[in-house]
Design a protein around this ligand. Structure first.
Ligand code: ATP
Ligand code: MG
Length: 267
């Protein structure tokens, strides 16, 4: 599934971000090769979403480099960055559809922004809606959808403009196990069919193992360990084992939760 050699599609070097005294990212390094699918796992509050928001330009890091195909996106003018962002697809947690737009207008949003004609955009939207099994709901409004349908519409919107890098923030969180499996299979198929480079965040380890060829553990502000997904059950790194086995006690420092809770779980 992973492909390519040479220049990483995404290269992050020394990325740091703090909010006042809260040091969230401290010297994050991460490489994702073209066509690779990497999932970042890590405790709640470890900075996974902040990391993706930094890459997407939604949060400005304090220092570091974000290189996409060798180009430092942090040094681009706003207009240049907006142009580059056309290559990106993003599935937000909870789908984040626009309430006032119909399903097909949501799906075709990036195309309509890029001045694609209405008819052509609608045709492409229906094509990708078909791909997620929802071609007959193009004219419904987001309020008329179930959570699982909204997630699939969000997935269709993510890929409608044929991005070559996609980000998935918690693609299966809040879904039942069967719908989670549907979403995971769609993501795997997308990856196989298009060779898109993917960066996902999830708490769902089954999903991580299924949709990605590499897994990176974000811990104490850094990418502590990066392994092939096939080694998730066998890797002996103590922090990775603590996270995978879901143990409150271990080397992952929980002190940011406060002294009382730390004392309680150490007892
Ligand atoms: N805009 C912001 N302003 C101030 N602090 C923020 C902001 N965004 C995130 N943080 C802080 O950064 C830390 C990491 O947050 P982040 O949302 O990245 O966690 P996460 O790893 O995605 O957690 P979860 O798994 O619960 O989604 C938290 O302590 C959070 O309070
Ligand atoms: Mg998050």
């Amino acid at each position: 599934m992973s492909g390519g050699s040479g220049l990483p599609r995404i290269r992050i070097r020394g990325l740091s971000k703090r909010f006042n005294s809260n040091v969230v990212l401290e010297d994050v390094d991460l490489d994702i090769m073209p066509g690779q699918s990497t999932t970042i796992i890590g405790m709640s509050g470890s900075g996974k979403s902040v990391l993706i928001k930094c890459i997407l330009g939604l949060i400005k890091p304090d220092s570091g480099e974000i290189l996409i195909d060798g180009e430092n996106w942090l040094q681009l003018e706003e207009q240049e960055l907006l142009l580059r962002m056309r290559r990106i697809g993003m599935l937000f947690q909870g789908a984040a559809l626009f309430d006032s737009l119909s399903v097909w207008e949501n799906v075709a949003f990036a195309l309509l922004q890029q001045n694609t004609g209405k008819e052509e955009a609608r045709e492409r939207a229906i094509e990708v809606l078909e791909w997620v099994g929802l071609h007959d709901i193009a004219d419904l409004m987001p309020a008329e959808l179930s959570g699982g349908m909204a997630k699939r519409v969000g997935l269709a919107r993510t890929i409608c403009h044929k991005p070559d890098i996609v980000f998935f923030d918690e693609p299966t969180t809040g879904l039942d196990p069967i719908m989670s499996d549907v979403i995971n299979r769609l993501i795997v198929r997308l990856h196989k069919d298009s060779g898109t480079t993917m960066l996902s965040i999830t708490h769902d380890l089954k999903s991580a193992a299924m949709i990605s060829d590499h897994i990176a553990l974000l811990c104490h502000g850094r990418i502590h360990r990066q392994i092939p997904s096939s080694e998730l059950d066998s890797d002996q790194d103590p922090m990775l084992r603590q996270f995978v086995e879901g143990r409150a006690q271990g080397p992952i420092n929980c002190s940011h939760w406060g002294k009382k809770i730390e004392e309680a779980i150490q007892r």
